[in-house]
Ligand binder design. Sequence first.
Ligand SMILES: [Zn+2]
Length: 376
Amino acid sequence: MASGIIFTVAATDGRARTGVLKTPRGEIRTPAFMPVGTAATVKAMLPQSVRATGADILLGNTYHLMLRPGAERIARLGGLHRFMNWDGPILTDSGGFQVMSLAALRRLDEDGVTFASHIDGSRHRLTPERSMEIQRLLGSDIVMAFDECPALPAPEEAVAASMRLSMRWAARSREAFGDRPGHALFGIMQGGVTRELREESAAALRAIGFDGYAIGGLAVGEGQAAMFEVLDYAPGLLPQDRPRYLMGVGKPDDIVGAVARGVDMMDCVLPTRSGRTGQAWTRRGPVNLRNARHAEDPRPLDEACTCPACRGYSRAYLHHVVRAGEMIAGMLLTWHNLHYFQQLMQEMRTAIAAGRFAAWEAEFHRLRAEGDIEPL
Ligand SMILES: [Zn+2]
């Protein structure tokens, strides 16, 4: 592993594990949930507020930042940490996934991908080498290899061809990344829902050698059952002593199922995006604050939650500001959702360390099955 980045598994319980990933910018407790700071901001949150929810690390998006304000500009302004006022670790994606999901006029070739910006139509090109350069300019602590990720379902031949291209790009990413003490490079396993392709991809990545390994190409339309089927074996194909990162996951029950299967890190826009549309996530499942049942409810969203939204405000107030389109609605619900997701991770870390993850997981599902508190 690159010097300055050390991963230690402190305890395992079944396939679940807890540990710490040490970086020069701070420690990341695992299993870890990474809030998404797409455009150099976790929307509706100050960085210190994100930290207060318990987040150790943020995710930044190469695609968005390269288009606006531009990687070279961020580098001239001191790098992404200074630019967005977050001094903890930052993981950046490679840009590949978002080019495929957001950009127009994409043209994929062996060397890379050419595309038009979704903002102004300007033309850009990403290659493994350019992606490594952009992530270096941003100052990312954990850099992701450049890959291509097909949406599922897709024909197996297409998934296989895409995976093999991603493995060639992984080798080029490793070469271009070079030796950067204090910074880690993660490879990304692809192969859709086909075990043989996942095995081939894992073997290719292990041969190249990375500081950590992501499981990519999931949570792209295959459904939870198919995702868990892959997660039943995929983490075991990767080195035991390196962190495993499941990209783009997910809902609380996806997260818990992934941790149970040996995943160490995850990211998702769900808590932040939901928070801006009036949806809250609680121990008892999702709650839509827009719903009229909350209009005169003086109780907090979750009486056991210690976040500012739950300590200071009623469901009636949250309902009112959501309906009125007030900015504080997105601020409070984003804070609550991030707090809940981080609370979930902390509970799992504690349960794994104590060897009682299965009992914790049963209680997690029992509370969710109860559903939201009864209306008054
Ligand atoms: Zn709360």
